[in-house]
Ligand binder design. Sequence first.
Ligand SMILES: *Cc1c(COP(=O)(O)O)cnc(C)c1O
Length: 428
Amino acid sequence: MSDSREPGFSTLAVHAGAQPDPSTGARATPIYQTTSFVFDDVEHAASLFGLQAFGNIYTRIGNPTCAVLEERIAALEGGTAALAVASGHAAEHLIFHTLLSPGDEFIAARQLYGGSVNQFGEAYKKFDWNVVWADIDDISSFENAVSDRTKAIFVESLANPGGGVTDMEAIAAIAKKAGVPLIVDNTMATPYLCKPFEHGADIVVHSATKFIGGQGNSIGGVIVDGGTFDWSEPGKYPSLSEPCASYQGMVLYETFGNFAFAIACRVLGLRDLGPALSPFNAFLLLNGVETMPLRMQRHSDNAQEVAEYLAGHDKVDWVSYAGLKGDKYNALAQKYCPKGAGAVFTFGLKGGFDAGVALVSNVEMFSHLANIGDTRSLIIHPASTTHRQLTDEQKVSAGAGPEVVRLSVGIEDAADIIADLEQALAKL
Ligand SMILES: *Cc1c(COP(=O)(O)O)cnc(C)c1O
């Protein structure tokens, strides 16, 4: 490609980060299924271990197949660098491990994936990392939650499961004023539908398990560094701004500048905590990424049709899909996700909890399972499954009350998806 043009999104989804294998000419990215890599000589080894040269040492810290995935997601999001890890939760964990010290706080939207609510609210107590909840429907709740221990703000662009759209620019302004990075979980939207870095995010995180891989076959996660945040304030983010004992006193932000955050997550977080992505999973995720633009448009178009159908059904109490005219998030969806409001949304059944349980038993083509972002249409009743560990109040505020059913609309024919719901609703 000539230097004069910027390649488009679909081109990057197929090509970014990859080239024919230099030693074999293989066109698909090979699976470098190896634990370790031979050094050229002692000096080469020393420079790799001292971070003076980039290269491969050991697959826990980096691997060439994983590196192609990292470069591709960084290109698609418009970030400076990325780190691929074993799961979305591992990605979230390495971000917070890099940013927080015991006693620190971060602000998170209540409207989050149920697993993240647990991770932040329960598991992090053991580290004395303290989450303060805020509400995307009340932007001032983010401002009011800021304290002198606040180190980050975390939101989802499109919230799982409720499908709410976060006003990222308003929250980015609060983060900027507080001098902390805005972290956006872009799992539900993907960079095809939404580009958080264009709206003030500093760090983007993905569960690649969902729409990036897109075929329901691999768990993975990605951290993307936007390169926008100034980490130099003394003492505030010691992993980045203070001399690093395990790298001869190197200050990562001084040495690596606008991709220092991604480096810190790798050489301190991934190295020491260990949730490495397997090269095989990286290969499967990369194959998924190639078709992400096509899939996301189809997912969104199908979801729009299904949401409109459900909104007109007499057994359905309400439908919460930001793509629907009149939905409270419709204006935000048009601003942040103009190509479509994604595949995942919730609706409420007039028959309540029991109707939710019956519906997931009645469907035939839909799969009843705890995932989103598969080519196949998926259904779940959160109150009896993914969100059952939450209190009733947390369930309702996470958009997972007793009558709520969540769909992840697949890329089958919309008419077949609707026909399956039709027969399942008829039996209620
Ligand atoms: C699934 C999910 C996660 C967690 O990712 P895993 O790959 O399952 O660890 C985080 N955030 C969102 C929005 C998710 O949907």
